[in-house]
Design a protein around this ligand. Structure first.
Ligand SMILES: [Zn+2]
Length: 374
């Protein structure tokens, strides 16, 4: 609708959005640019007031062109829950959890899947491929099942059985790939060259994930937003969503973005600490938090930029602390989340001195705990 072009964040090259492009020729990630002046005339607070609290209430800011191509399973519009016991234990008065685990397939990935599948239909795709550590594959499988698209998912060997079961149940073809997520991503790229429509952490996925940012801004005047970081797409997207609301005059708030990684895969946090603009690939990934075990994060540089531009910070925590935080969420707050979601809370506990007592802190819980059952 209002999408204008793809812009490479690395070299500045622009591409028309009528073409199917996944990465810039230089290898950089592409970001979808919009005509915000046009959007401002067609999308106001009044529109928001008349729509239900859901993902597609922001449709003018989403790139799916044809209305009939919007595939929804009820994603988004997730609650922001105030912490009771953990906040008290940590001495934080306003700690909130953004419950992305309650999305249709149990993770925030559903927002991106809804948009990616819609775009695949806009482009007339019939068969799609993607590489996934589990959550994305489970999510895409559900949406492509509804859209009627033939789906192949490439997964690294270390993936939870429950996520595999989700993908299979929806009718996707599963191919196990030796190595980590990056190896699966390379293979998916090869299949794209053979005619498959590629899905994954590319420009349109981020467009779907940015509605987490729109929602948080509508729900609370946050000071800090804390989340686990794997490929970096969620971080970049939430920040973009917030920036869009500011551009449209719907908000005047830029919370600090805080990215937490597993110690055994701390690409973005290392670059942040070294004051570097570019993240470095890690050779050996060593973490149980499989949803953020990305050795060569596709949107790592963009996540780093969001953290820096917002005045936030990045850190990494051990698996032991991630597990402890996950257990705290279950025991103290009744929130059964996957291990990766524990990373954000573990990061808050580890860096407690950086959080003001009265600050409004949002901790994003990315996935449901049932996903970790082997
Ligand atoms: Zn480029």
């Amino acid at each position: 609708m209002f999408e204008k072009s793809f812009l490479c964040e690395k070299c500045g090259e622009e591409y028309p959005t009528k073409d199917i492009i996944y990465r810039c020729e230089c290898g950089g990630s592409l970001d979808v640019k919009y005509d915000y002046i046009d959007i401002k005339e067609n999308f106001t607070r009044k529109d928001l007031d008349t729509r239900i609290f859901s993902h597609h209430r922001y449709r003018e800011l989403l790139p799916v062109n044809k209305k009939e191509n919007i595939i929804s399973l009820g994603e988004g519009g997730t609650p922001l829950l105030k912490s009771k016991n953990i906040a008290e234990q940590l001495g934080l008065e306003e700690l909130y959890f953004k419950l992305e685990n309650v999305n249709p397939t149990g993770s925030f990935k559903d927002r991106g899947s809804s948009v990616e599948v819609g775009k695949a239909l806009d482009h007339g795709a019939e068969k799609v491929v993607l590489a996934s550590t589990g959550n994305m594959g489970a999510s895409i499988s559900a949406y492509t099942a509804k859209a009627g698209l033939e789906t192949t998912i490439l997964v690294p060997e270390k993936v939870s059985k429950i996520k595999l079961e989700q993908m299979k149940r929806h009718g996707s073809e599963i191919q196990l790939v030796r190595g980590d997520y990056s190896a699966a991503a390379e293979k998916a790229w090869e299949m794209m060259k053979k005619g498959f429509y590629l899905m994954g952490d590319y420009a349109y996925r981020g467009e779907g994930e940015k509605t987490v940012g729109h929602e948080i801004i509508e729900q609370i005047d946050a000071d800090k937003i804390v989340m686990p970081v794997g490929n970096g797409t969620l971080m970049h997207s939430i920040y973009k969503g917030i920036d869009e609301f500011n551009k449209l005059g719907l908000s005047e708030n830029t919370p600090e973005m805080v990215g937490i990684q597993a110690r055994g895969c701390s690409t973005v946090s290392e670059a942040f600490k070294e004051d570097s603009k570019r993240i470095k690939k890690v050779e050996i990934v060593d973490t149980q938090a499989s949803a953020i075990a990305c050795a060569d994060p596709l949107d790592g540089d963009l996540a780093l930029k969001a953290i820096r531009d917002s005045g936030g910070f990045a850190d990494s925590v051990t698996d032991r602390k991630i597990r402890h935080a996950r257990d705290l969420l279950a025991r103290e707050e009744g929130l059964y989340v996957e291990i990766t979601s524990g990373a954000a809370l573990a990061g808050i506990i580890e860096n407690l001195e950086k959080f003001g007592k009265n600050e409004k802190v949002v901790c994003v819980l990315t996935g449901h705990g049932l996903k970790d059952l082997a």
